[in-house]
Ligand binder design. Structure first.
Ligand code: PMP
Length: 401
């Protein structure tokens, strides 16, 4: 009998499953709007010019390939923390942050999840928004936390249910853990306004919640690095001891290089040193230490003044193209004759649009029009371009009229 007798297949991944179905489709008109990866207007992956230049720089430096320490490349982590919290942030000036390099955003979430599960003694319950990125719904449970949901999205308005969200927070037990998407909420593309974040921060303080920010789209969302970090900085200014997970997948286009950072905040330098030793211990026994290449690229992009300028331009290029694609889609829908109100597509931000298509309509999009998207009606706007936007608009109109 096999050592694995009795094993069952894991549930299919809702996002990668869409890609497999797309690959199996032989129709030449097929379009994939599932995975969140930036594409240029012609539908091709885009290596950011700032990244190309950083790679040349790395080549010329002739680095060796010795092990990194558990926390990764120190200069990278320092620059990542400054990027998120702002160079002058008090917590950085006082050395209260522990920022380690992580295996991109997902790896940062796993480190945070495991760390919180082990050392945050006040609660084991983490609240995530409804809906949220599918990985959140599983990862924290694997870390040993209890997963619950808070109200976020209102299907009636295809917008934020702010009252419902506040009500949910008011009803949370004191000191519970809550996860927020820092910017460009995935899958909805709908964020609270800065005024709303202020209220949310106050409520979290009232309930003494432990706040974990997932920031996967800094700069990619609006084209402005500081503005996209607004919510995180607000909470930190309010004196909240947040945890932060950063990803450089989207804003540097470094998806496969797996580069991100995880930050915890201590209340004293002594406590910071203890956090650091426990985090290093955790990493040592999980994957020992992280890979160097992505950290080197990101470090040069952030740290070299010329490359940083180029980067600011590159993120503007990406966010502007996505905005244009949103407009093209809405224009296309009108041109196709749709009478429906599609304004939410323009108002949403980031990689994704929650179209409001129902499951039945999504199935029709795929079956009749060979357009692939997740069942919740989410499309990756970054995959729309001049070549396919009219076709997609026509398909959307056909299934919604
Ligand atoms: N959080 C959210 C909300 C995301 O959308 C993503 C990217 N899809 C991530 C985290 C992390 O992705 P990665 O591991 O590639 O950095």
């Amino acid at each position: 009998q096999s050592a694995w007798a009795g094993i069952e297949a894991a549930p299919p991944d809702p996002i990668f499953g869409v890609t497999s179905a797309f690959r199996a489709d032989k129709d030449s008109k097929k379009v994939l709007l599932g995975v969140g990866a930036y594409r240029d207007d012609a539908g091709k992956p885009w290596v950011l010019p700032c990244v190309r230049k950083a790679e040349e720089m790395i080549q010329s430096k002739q680095y060796n390939h010795e092990y990194a320490v558990q926390s990764g490349v120190a200069e990278f982590a320092k620059l990542a923390a400054e990027l998120a919290f702002g160079k002058d942030a008090c917590i950085l000036q006082h050395g209260l942050n522990l920022t380690v390099q992580s295996l991109s955003g997902t790896g940062a979430l796993r480190l945070a999840g495991d760390f919180i599960s082990k050392f945050y003694t006040h609660s084991k319950v983490i609240y995530v928004p409804t809906p949220t990125w599918a990985v959140h719904n599983v990862l924290f449970k694997i870390s040993g936390l209890d997963l619950k949901h808070y109200t976020y999205y209102d299907p009636k308005t295809i917008g934020l249910d702010f009252c419902g969200m506040c009500e949910s927070i008011r009803n949370m037990p004191e000191r519970a853990i809550i996860l927020f998407h820092a910017r460009a909420h995935n899958p909805t593309g709908i964020d609270p306004s800065m005024e709303q974040w202020e209220e949310i921060s106050n409520l979290c303080k009232e309930r003494k919640l432990f706040v974990l920010f997932d920031m996967a789209y800094q700069g990619f969302a609006s084209g402005d690095l500081d503005s996209d970090a607004g919510a995180v900085r607000k909470f930190v200014d309010d004196g909240q001891q947040v945890a932060l997970c950063q990803s450089f997948s989207k804003n540097m286009g470094l998806y496969g290089e797996r580069i991100g950072a995880c930050t915890l905040i201590a209340q004293s330098k002594e406590e910071q040193a203890k956090l650091k030793s426990q985090m290093n211990f955790l990493i040592r026994h999980m994957y020992s230490n992280p890979p160097l290449y992505g950290a080197r690229v990101a470090m040069h992009v952030m740290g070299d003044p010329e490359l940083r300028c180029q980067w600011l331009e590159d993120i503007k290029t990406m966010s502007a193209r996505i905005k244009t694609a949103r407009q093209q889609l809405v224009d296309g829908l009108k041109k196709a004759g749709s009478q429906k109100d599609w304004a939410h597509i323009l108002n949403q931000i980031g990689m994704f649009s929650f179209t409001g298509l129902t499951k039945e309509q999504v199935l029709k999009m795929t079956k009749e029009h060979h357009v692939y998207l997740t069942m919740n009606g989410r499309i990756s706007v970054a995959s729309l371009g001049s070549n396919n936007v009219e076709y997609v608009a026509n398909a959307m109109h056909a299934v919604t009229k």
